[in-house]
Every structure is written in structure tokens, then in C-alpha cells.
Design a protein around this ligand. Structure first.
Ligand code: NDP
Length: 286
């Protein structure tokens, strides 16, 4: 059996085209959705991500502002930058690119972002709203994965969903979204005993560990939908996921590639979240 490839590039292009149309409508009401991305330091991967986010915004007609701060900037200066953006009516979404330099407290920085502009969905009150079934912003990566599952017409109600990796930005919110959709969710971490016994039960398997190709075909239930969040660079410079694509695609029913799977969806959902933040502003202004 060879799995269907879930094409994140094509699906994200369709979502971005829809965002662009809604932006045109919003501009007619005098509102241009604006996203501010704050980048601290020189991490090369972060620079690439921020450039891609800004380019995607501009292409869809959103206003984008990138605020760059030196790696040794005092935390208080970063907090003041965030506070200024909170008060700026041209900005509807604020994102502080992670990871932050080690002298900073990332949790404190995220809590300083106004919850109604927290388009990453990482603020504690947005995490709480998601957990209690009243989401304001869904974190972009899990949100994009839900859109992929929707595009596959995956039946989530009553399905066994296994999420490998329990970070605040991917694994935990992923588990909450799957639970809200009616799946029976198992959330695994690095201490999970006999991981294969868990993953082999999964109708839907989401892997976000940062451990290259750790999930092999023999750990997958035949016909399962496999979503690979991992982005790892191999010695030859090529990207690979947390799932061993070659063996997994022989067993799975559908699978996301790396690159071209979850990555493009994450950016598309950032645009959706920013647009929706601006739409909420427009509704308040009426
Ligand atoms: P973190 O390092 O924050 O979390 C990793 C999680 O995986 C932890 O919960 C950890 O367990 C768990 N884990 C690690 N090793 C194992 C193992 N052997 N078995 C089971 N669980 C394990 O990572 P992130 O969630 O931030 O990112 C994960 C991956 O996804 C990375 O490759 C990252 O680059 C990628 N990513 C991709 C995005 C995209 O847009 N495509 C967006 C965000 C991330 P424990 O809690 O016990 O430590």
C-alpha cells in the first residue's frame, strides 16, 4: 500500500487565497489587518521563518511590520516593545518569534502580549480558553493540522488519535483540538513506555518531537492518517520529519510530506488568525 500525500502547499494556497479575498472586504470598511513580528537576536532559522511570515502577509494584502532587536537587548525593552504594539491600533496580531535568548523569560514575554492580539495562541488565557472549549485563537500549527484532517474528510468523532510530543505550542493544543472534535486522545512524551504500542492504535497519528524519523512504518496502524510536524535538517542539508517517510508511506492511508506538509499550513493559519483578530476589531467598531 502507498499512502495518499496530503499536500500542505496546495491547501495552504487555497486558505491564503480565501484570506486575501476577506482582506479586500475588510479594507472596504477601512481596516487593513496588521501583523507585527518581533525578532530578537540572530538565530538563522528564526530569520527565515520571520521573512516567510512577512512575505506571506504582504502577498495576502495584510500589513506586516517586523521589529528586530539585538540578542543582548534587556528583557524590559522587549516588554516595552510589546506594550507599544498592544496599544497600536494598526496592529491586530503580535507574534514574538521563539526561541528567545536565554536571559529572557519567554512565558513573561508571551503574557505581556494582549490576549486579543495573541495570534500564536500561546498566551495563558488563550490556552485556557482552548482547554475549556471556547477558543479565541487556536495555535497555528495544530489549527493547520485540523484543516488538513478536514480536507481528508477524516472522521474524528470516536477515532483513536495519538499525539507524540506534548509541547505547549504543538502537542498539547493539538490534543485539545482533537478532543474537542470528539476523538479519544492519547498524548505521549519522552517518558512514554512502549511508544509503538500507543502509536499502532492510532487512526490519526500526529508526531511533533523534533527527533528525526523516529516513527517508522512498523509503528503505524495500516490505513492511519499520519501527520508529521517535525522539521529536522540532515547532514546533507535536506529537511526531514519526525516520521520515516519511506517506511511509513507503505503502511499509512495518508501522510504529510516534509517539506510541503504542515509547515506551509502553519503560516496560512497565522494569516487566518490575524485576519480574524482584525475582523473582531471591525465588529467592535460597528
Ligand atoms: P519541543 O522540543 O518543545 O517538544 C518536544 C516534545 O516531544 C516533548 O513533549 C518531548 O517529551 C517529546 N519527545 C521527545 N522525544 C521523544 C520520544 N523519543 N518519544 C516521545 N516523545 C518525545 O518541540 P516542539 O513541539 O516545539 O517541536 C517539535 C518538532 O516540530 C520540531 O521538529 C519542530 O521543529 C517542529 N515544529 C514544526 C512546526 C511547523 O510549522 N511545521 C511548528 C512548530 C514546531 P517531554 O515532554 O517528555 O520532554
Amino acid at each position: 500500500m502507498t499512502a495518499r500525500i496530503i499536500d500542505g502547499k496546495a491547501l495552504s494556497a487555497a486558505i491564503k487565497a480565501d484570506v486575501a479575498q476577506r482582506v479586500v472586504q475588510l479594507k472596504k470598511q477601512g481596516i487593513t489587518p496588521g501583523l507585527a513580528v518581533v525578532l530578537v537576536g540572530e538565530d538563522p532559522a528564526s530569520h527565515v521563518y520571520v521573512r516567510n511570515k512577512a512575505a506571506a502577509c504582504e502577498k495576502a494584502g495584510l500589513y506586516s511590520r517586523v521589529v528586530r532587536l539585538a540578542a543582548d537587548v534587556p528583557e524590559e525593552q522587549l516588554l516595552n516593545t510589546v506594550r507599544e504594539l498592544n496599544a497600536d491600533s494598526t496592529i491586530h496580531g503580535i507574534l514574538v518569534q521563539l526561541p528567545l535568548p536565554s536571559h529572557m523569560n519567554a512565558a513573561r514575554v508571551i503574557e505581556t502580549i494582549a490576549a486579543e492580539k495573541d495570534v500564536d495562541g500561546f498566551h495563558i488565557s488563550n490556552a485556557g480558553l482552548l482547554m475549556t472549549g471556547q477558543p479565541l485563537f487556536r495555535p497555528c500549527t495544530p489549527y493547520g493540522i485540523m484543516k488538513m484532517l478536514e480536507s481528508e474528510n477524516a472522521v474524528l468523532r470516536g477515532a483513536e488519535a495519538v499525539v507524540v510530543g506534548a509541547s505547549n505550542i504543538v502537542g498539547k493544543p493539538m490534543a485539545m483540538l482533537l478532543l474537542a472534535a470528539g476523538a479519544t486522545v492519547t498524548l505521549c512524551n519522552s517518558k512514554t513506555r512502549d511508544l509503538g504500542a500507543q502509536t499502532r492504535r492510532a487512526d490519526v497519528l500526529v508526531v511533533a518531537t523534533g527527533k528525526p524519523e523516529m516513527i517508522t512504518g512498523e509503528m503505524i496502524k495500516p490505513g492511519a492518517i499520519v501527520i508529521d510536524v517535525g522539521i529536522n535538517r540532515k547532514a546533507d542539508g535536506k529537511l526531514t520529519g519526525d516520521v520515516q517517510f519511506e517506511s511509513a508511506s507503505q503502511v499509512a492511508g495518508a501522510i504529510t510530506p516534509v517539506p510541503g506538509g504542515v509547515g506551509p499550513m502553519t503560516i496560512a493559519m497565522l494569516l487566518v488568525n490575524t485576519l480574524e483578530a482584525a475582523e473582531r476589531c471591525a465588529e467592535l467598531a460597528v
